[in-house]
Design a binder for this molecule. Structure first.
Ligand code: HPA
Length: 279
């Protein structure tokens, strides 16, 4: 079956589970250790991916594996609690199916979160980074294939919405929350980087590195969604003082960043809604 048909089946299945008046403004992709944020949604309805025919499941235990719908800071939102990854052997289409489903449900903005290693020596593990641009080094694209949806040649020059970046920076300032800004390097993983690779990723302009997000952002821009992305900086990934990376530590530190992420998004979402013309 074509991906578009599978997406439509999931869109219809989810619509049947949500109240008819529910019209989500934003979709959140909640990455490693960050899924709990959906617990703060009001009037929450959760639908496990397993109930959606053809929807790819994540095998990662720190990912809950469901869609959540509800109101966050009064704004109607959807969330993907967990995602699947290229490193699980998933295809770019599978990795991006959630974004297509949320776009089918009417979101205008996509908020992508992830856990990332720190490449910029001035940034600290445990902090948050607002992604201002990315470098896709996964070697894959979700748009490969026959031209569809009005063409596959998507402009990525302004991938991360400038107004969203400004509003996020202002919200962080109001909250006295340290928010770094930088370039996210997306790799396929699952192995972590060698020292030489880390040196290279820093040299080409990376501030943080992770194994997700870039394909979802490409899909979102292809579908005309406005994008904001936030990285939880979980570990130092510096060539000359490289610490051994442990996935359990990454999940734990991402979970600790979750509280700051929630504060920031709570302050920011009403402003993003106003920016999108919905108050
Ligand atoms: N490298 C790649 N992906 C990651 C890292 C890292 O250091 N930390 C969290 N995700």
């Amino acid at each position: 079956m074509q991906n578009a048909e599978k997406v439509q089946i999931c869109v219809r299945a989810l619509k049947n589970k949500f109240p008819p008046s529910f019209s989500p403004l934003a979709g959140l992709v909640l990455g490693t250790g960050l899924g709990d944020l959906a617990g703060a949604f009001e009037e929450r309805v959760s639908v496990p991916y397993a109930e959606l025919p053809g929807f790819p499941l994540s095998g990662i235990v720190s990912h809950a594996g469901c869609f959540a719908a509800g109101y966050f800071a009064g704004v109607p939102v959807l969330a993907q609690q967990g995602r699947c990854h290229l490193y699980e052997g998933r295809t770019p289409e599978e990795v991006c199916m959630g974004v297509r489903v949320m776009a089918g449900l009417g979101i205008k903005a996509l908020i992508v979160t992830n856990a990332a290693g720190v490449l910029n020596p001035q940034f600290n593990a445990g902090g948050l980074m607002l992604v201002t641009d990315h470098i896709n080094l996964t070697g894959r694209s979700p748009l490969t294939g026959p031209a569809r949806d009005g063409g596959i040649f998507t402009d990525m020059g302004k991938a991360y919405d400038a107004a969203f970046v400004r509003l996020a920076g202002e919200a962080a300032l109001r909250l006295a929350l340290r928010l770094e800004k930088g370039v996210y390097v997306g790799v396929a993983g699952p192995q972590f980087e060698t020292r030489a690779e880390t040196r290279f990723y820093r040299l080409i302009g990376g501030d943080a590195i992770g194994m997700s997000s870039v394909l979802e952002v490409i899909t979102a821009r292809h579908l005309g969604l406005r994008v904001l992305s936030l990285s939880c900086l979980t570990n130092k990934n510096l060539p000359d003082c490289m610490e051994e990376v442990d996935i359990e530590d990454i999940v734990r530190v991402a979970g600790q960043c979750g509280a700051s992420l929630e504060r920031l998004l709570r302050a920011l979402l009403p402003e993003l809604a106003a920016e999108c013309g919905r108050t």
